[in-house]
Structures are given as C-alpha cells and as structure tokens.
Design a protein around this ligand. Structure first.
Ligand code: ADP
Ligand code: MG
Length: 262
C-alpha cells in the first residue's frame, strides 16, 4: 500500500519496467514531497532516462510491476496526455524537432489544453502572446524563437531553454528534467538553472536527472539519489553529489554491492 500524505507529490514503490523485453528498471523506490528538489545521478545506462519516460508514460516502456502514485492517484493508469495535463512535465534529454509547427502555436495548444483540463477558459492568441513574452524573460530567450518551427535548427542550448520555457508556461506540479544540462555551455547552464530555481516553489517538486555534478552548483537539491542498474542504490543530501564529483561512482557501487546502507 502507498502511504498517503497530503504533501506527497510522487511515491514510487518497487517499480519495474522493460523495453523490448529487456528489464531496465529493477525495483525503483522514491518519495518526493511538495517543495523538494531531488537529483537523480548515475552513470550512462543506469536507467535514468527510462525512469523519466516511464513516469511520463512513454509507450515504448512497459511497466511490469510496482506502483506509482502521483498526488494520491495511480498514475500508471493514466494516458501520457492526461499525466501531462495533470501537471507532470518532462523536459527531454533530446528535445524533438517539429518542422512546420510554430513554437508559438505549439506552446499555446499545450497551454490551453492544460487550462481546459483545469476547467479554465482558453486564452486567445492575443492574451497568450502577452503571457508567453513574460515567460521568455525567465529563460532569456529572444521572441524570434516563437515564430520558428519547434526546435528546428535550434542549438542544443536553445532547445533546452525552450524546454524550460514550456515548463515556465505550464507550471507543472512535478517537473522532470532529464539531463537538461548535457551539451550546455556554462552561460546556458546558468540560465536553465535560474529558470528551474525561479519555478521551484512550495507547491511543486523537481526531479533533476543529471550525469554531472556541475548543474548542482546552481540548482541545490534537497536529496541526491544514485541510480545504478535500474535501482536507486543510495540516497543522501547535496554533499553526496560533491562526493561523487570528487570520488566518482565506484565506491558507491562497491558499497551497495557489499550491502552497506546508504
Ligand atoms: P541513462 O539515462 O541512465 O543513461 P537509459 O535509461 O537511457 O539510461 O538506459 C538504460 C538501459 O536501457 C541502457 O542499457 C539502454 O541501452 C537500455 N535501453 C533504453 N532504451 C532502450 C530501448 N528503446 N531499446 C533497448 N534498450 C534500451
Ligand atoms: Mg539518459
């Protein structure tokens, strides 16, 4: 049974999942409460992106066991679009390009879909334009990016900023950022981190997935989890990220293998 808790945003119990018949997640446990920023770190191939895709409902990933409760409801029973509308946001490690669809139209449709879900009136093009221009400041993005096709020809950093712009507009309850820092130069990294910090509040939660500690110089997590071989093998505070930076992952893997509690 999942323990109910009024400020619990996400509760994951023994989650297992496979892709193409191969088990990737092998029993993930995680609890995230309102107001918290959690970092999930781990070597490449440890299952971080798989975990984020399973949470957002990517159709290629089959859940084979466990429970995921989001705001007290069984999220695994929801379609991906209903997860999104109810406030789960995933910033992709590799944002998709959508040629022929303007960024502005894309953002407006996503935004209005969420408004509708919440029983609010949709914003017309004029009002939406005003809103989106405010949000551009969060990510220090030029308005010219609104009239271009979604992510088409955007640099790596511009794509990641565009993900944060979506997040700023949609104001998710649970934001999952999958390696939003990868491929960013330090200025873009700071902008992404500032965006995340501005959007983090006592009502929402952030799950920041990262391979490197450097993003965590700018986003200070309440908890740091290490994922390896499809499980969270250790949890600590922000000092764990610093220890990983200094000492690498081997000692954590060795201690977990030896059964040392983390
Ligand atoms: P991380 O994000 O931590 O680098 P991933 O979740 O991307 O790890 O990958 C975990 C493992 O799952 C890797 O061994 C990867 O090759 C495998 N995997 C992920 N997606 C697929 C897929 N679509 N088909 C087959 N294997 C996959
Ligand atoms: Mg990944």
């Amino acid at each position: 049974m999942i323990r109910e808790n009024s400020d619990m945003i996400l509760s994951v119990r023994n989650l297992t999942a496979e892709v193409d018949g191969t088990e990737i997640l092998k029993g993930v446990n995680l609890e995230v409460r309102a107001g918290e920023i959690h970092a999930i770190m781990g070597l490449n191939g440890s299952g971080k992106s798989t975990f984020s895709k399973v949470l957002s409902g990517h159709p290629d990933y089959a859940v084979t066991g466990g429970e995921v409760s989001y705001l007290g409801q069984d999220v695994l029973a929801l379609e991906p679009e209903d997860r999104a509308r109810s406030g789960i946001f995933l910033a992709f490690q590799y944002p998709l390009e959508i040629p022929g669809v303007s960024n502005l139209d894309f953002l407006r449709v996503a935004y209005n879909s969420k408004r509708k879900h919440e029983g609010q009136e949709e914003l017309d093009a004029f009002d939406f334009d005003e809103l989106v221009r405010d949000k551009l400041d969060v990510v220090k993005m030029d308005a010219a990016f609104l009239s271009r096709s979604v992510n088409e020809g955007f640099s790596g950093g511009e794509k990641k900023r565009n993900e944060i712009l979506q997040m700023a507009l949609l104001e998710p309850k649970l934001a999952i950022l999958d390696e939003t820092d990868s491929g960013l130069d330090i200025d873009a990294l700071k902008i992404v981190a500032e965006g995340v910090n501005q959007l983090s509040n006592s009502d929402n939660a952030m799950l920041v997935i990262t391979h490197y500690q450097r993003l965590l110089n700018y986003i200070v997590p309440d908890y740091v989890h290490v994922m390896a071989n499809g499980r969270i093998i250790r949890t600590g505070g922000k000092e764990l990220a610093l220890a990983l930076e200094e000492r690498g992952y081997d000692w954590v893997l060795n201690e977990a293998a030896a059964g040392v509690a983390g």
